[in-house]
Write a protein that binds this ligand. Structure first.
Ligand SMILES: Nc1ncnc2c1ncn2[C@@H]1O[C@H](COP(=O)(O)OP(=O)(O)O)[C@@H](O)[C@H]1O
Ligand SMILES: [Mg+2]
Length: 381
């Protein structure tokens, strides 16, 4: 139930006791994604976008389902949902999109709004700290609008509780007055669609997750699809790239469109300086060597993680915290940024007793021996 006092700022008075302090700390310890100055050290980290990149990304976003490359399953489900909603003249069901950063969650949300012919209001959980933040947004919605909430696993509890009746019954419950005279007033809201995006679906509370009619996972892209994405981006940026050149960039992009686009721009710089008007495979791979991106898109942190597991822990199993301590990397970063891709390409396995480095990883890094159980070949190799 949402409680907004008519006399006082919303943050005071109605907070549960444990959060009553004025300067309530952020509800979750996860740091805000940093916006970096341009630099190459984070070339392969999909969740970090430079401010320049954020602007450029807008021009690279596909604007219709047809233009959205790959993710067949997701597109199939949403295509049906869109058509059905249109036939019935209703808004779309609430939709939860989850998966690693840079795979196209925000893009898909904008496409849904375009396809449905409605507005998309974009916000992120960290911007909804006070109940009045979400109340203001909900009151401003037009019928059918899409409300996109990024990083939805980070919603403060109060905000989340306001969303429950809003999502379920399109109703805002507001408490007017204080103490014994307080009354709850319900304000009807227009029917809207909440699209939530998260990289950590496991961190969502069950009541919130249950209120999404559609829950869809975004997957890492195959090299073929990423190649198409690189070619599409090249065309928008008026660059000349051969199919092999595009594929070379795609192979190193960790299954992630955001990284593919970023690598392509670095390759363009290189080609320009070297006086090559056309980006072909040798130019692409020479550029990637300079930026220290290996043929599978691993950077030095990936290699450090795998080597540490292989050499210091005899291949594993090793616990996340032990691995973090030995490598000096943050355990959240390992889990959310590095591990998903290493799992995807079969270089790492998760067992009940911890992480295990696989034979395929050892081969790639030129390491010997070990007691790992996995011997998967890379799906990208
Ligand atoms: N399916 C796709 N086809 C083409 N480009 C894509 C696709 N998915 C993502 N992109 C590109 O990747 C970039 C990052 O996508 P975005 O939607 O911001 O990812 P997320 O919200 O999942 O972090 C966008 O600028 C877009 O140009
Ligand atoms: Mg996004």
């Amino acid at each position: 139930m949402a409680i907004i006092s008519s006399k006082q700022p919303a943050a005071d008075g109605e907070q549960p006791p444990r959060a009553r302090k004025k300067n309530t700390p952020k509800p979750l310890a996860t740091p805000e994604p940093a916006v970096l100055a341009d630099g190459d050290s984070e070339l392969l980290q999909a969740e970090i976008a430079t401010s320049e990149e954020k602007l450029q990304e807008e021009s690279l976003r596909p604007s219709s389902i047809q233009e959205y490359i790959g993710q067949k399953e997701l597109k199939g489900v949403l295509d049906i949902a869109i058509q059905a909603a249109k036939v019935r003249g209703e808004s779309l069901d609430h939709l939860l999109l989850y998966g690693p950063p840079g795979l196209g969650k925000t893009t898909m949300s904008l496409i849904l709004a375009t396809e449905m012919g409605v507005n998309c209001k974009i916000t992120a959980a960290p911007a909804l700290e006070r109940p009045r933040d979400i109340v203001g947004i909900l009151m401003g919605l037009q019928p059918g609008d899409i409300l996109f909430i990024d990083e939805i696993h980070r919603l403060p509890r109060m905000t989340e509780e306001i969303l429950y009746p809003a999502m379920e019954d399109f109703r805002l419950d507001i408490t007017v007055g204080k103490g014994t005279t307080a009354k709850i007033r319900s304000i009807p809201l227009p029917k809207f669609t909440l699209v939530g995006a998260t990289t950590k679906v496991g961190s969502l509370t069950a009541p919130l997750r249950d209120r999404f009619g559609l829950v869809q996972k975004l997957r890492f892209y195959e090299v073929d699809d990423l190649t198409l994405i690189v070619q599409r981006t090249a065309e928008i940026l008026s660059m000349s790239v051969t199919t092999e050149g595009a594929a070379e960039v795609a192979r190193r992009a960790r299954g992630t469109p955001r990284i593919a686009n970023r690598l392509l721009k670095r390759v363009r710089d290189y080609a320009q300086v070297k006086g090559h008007p056309v980006i072909d495979e040798p130019i692409a791979s020479a550029a990637m060597e300079i930026y220290n991106v290996d043929p599978l898109g691993l950077d030095w942190v990936d290699r450090l993680l795998l080597t540490t597991m292989a050499e210091q822990f005899n291949g594993g199993p090793v616990g996340l915290e032990a691995l973090a301590a030995s490598t000096g990397e943050d355990s959240h970063t390992i889990e959310e940024v590095y591990e998903p891709y290493l799992l995807q390409i079969g270089y790492l396995q998760r067992t009940p007793r911890g992480r295990v480095v696989t034979m395929a990883a050892r081969k790639h890094l030129g390491l010997k021996g070990g007691n790992d159980g996995g011997d998967q070949l890379s799906i990208l190799g």
